[in-house]
Design a protein around this ligand. Sequence first.
Ligand code: URA
Length: 435
Amino acid sequence: MDARAVIARLRQGKMPSAAELDAFAKGLATGAVTDAQAGAFAMAVCLRGLGEAGRVALTRAMRDSGTLLAWDLPGPVIDKHSTGGVGDCISLLLAPALAACGAYVPMISGRGLGHTGGTLDKLEAIPGLRVALTPDQLRAQMETTRCAIVSASAEIAPADRRLYAIRDVTGTVDSIDLITASILSKKLAAGLEGLVLDVKVGSGAFMKTMAEAEALARALVSTAQGAGCMTTALITDMSQPLATAAGNALEVIEVMETLTGTSVNAALWELTAALGGEALALGGLAADADDGAARIEQALESGHAAEYFGRMVAAQGGPADFVERWPDRLPSAPVLREVPAPRAGFVVTVDGTALGQAVVHLGGGRLRDGDRVNPSVGLSDMAGIGEEVSRDLPLAMVHAATEADAEAAVRAVQAAYGFGDRAPDEPPLVHGRIA
Ligand code: URA
């Protein structure tokens, strides 16, 4: 395979063959395809698209670039994946909640991508925690702990691991074809029986309109089902950050508050139940999605989900007493600043992408491939749509490494908010369902 020819053909709007995409994905995995070629490939796909057949072929090629996991466990192997948003820390709640309900959850997750946060970066805010497990280690953890949140290792969908990092720094994230192939290559390689997809729509998502989100949801569901994995998608709101915090350790704090019941975030709770309900129904552990949601709520309320979270953290090298001692175990930033509201009124719009970018610029995400992420920085106490603010009621708190970073973030956050004199309707959490 000549990578240059594949890229040139894509650039002209012509589809490479399945065999060529297969060879390109293998080249991504082995390093035979260079970073420059991978970036050019991603840009050509973004600009020209692959069409349905090409998307399916790329997904299969990336899935087959490494090991395919197979399971022999006494319960269903199910999972969920989000298309990415700001303050979206649902995976940290959902994986242990599903495990507490009897499911096995080998969750292969990603790092921050563009302006969105990554589950792995959030989890790594916990000192000592490892996300790079070999397939054998993952298998052993499934048997003892029922859930794991891990990276796509050198063995599992390695083509995605490489392309994902390159897309993150080449402005080539928001393509339906690339997102579908990226998400599903990992998920299909993990040998799942059922998958629920959280397709985000709105200012903080890659898909800004319902039409785009629906197109992505349909592409994901049909590609996954075509590959033999029962899949449902919920289209969920990202017109504002999901949690009130955005940033790695800050989101873990919000997760722990919700898991331990010390301060429950209603949006995190409700969406965890909705997505988990769908997943349990797919796995045959609930009669339907409503019954499944009730079971997830029970796992959260009873503390069973928190127990499974603690076991998962310990199994992956984090502190054994994390659930009891999390406030002492997480890093905090040296500079804390309030963001004063520029005027009094009600929050009517929130530019989630701008807030996500503010977190990236604070050091909570990557501007260049290989950048180290600072786990302690980010935003907390962010005001939501419909909330009343005034000059005395701050819009958010900035957690920064330096005064200069904090100053820039204060200005970015102020610019990300729109105000009005009347409270608008609050957006629903779930906009639609595709099955
Ligand atoms: N999540 C992924 O794993 N890949 C994408 O491309 C977007 C979100």
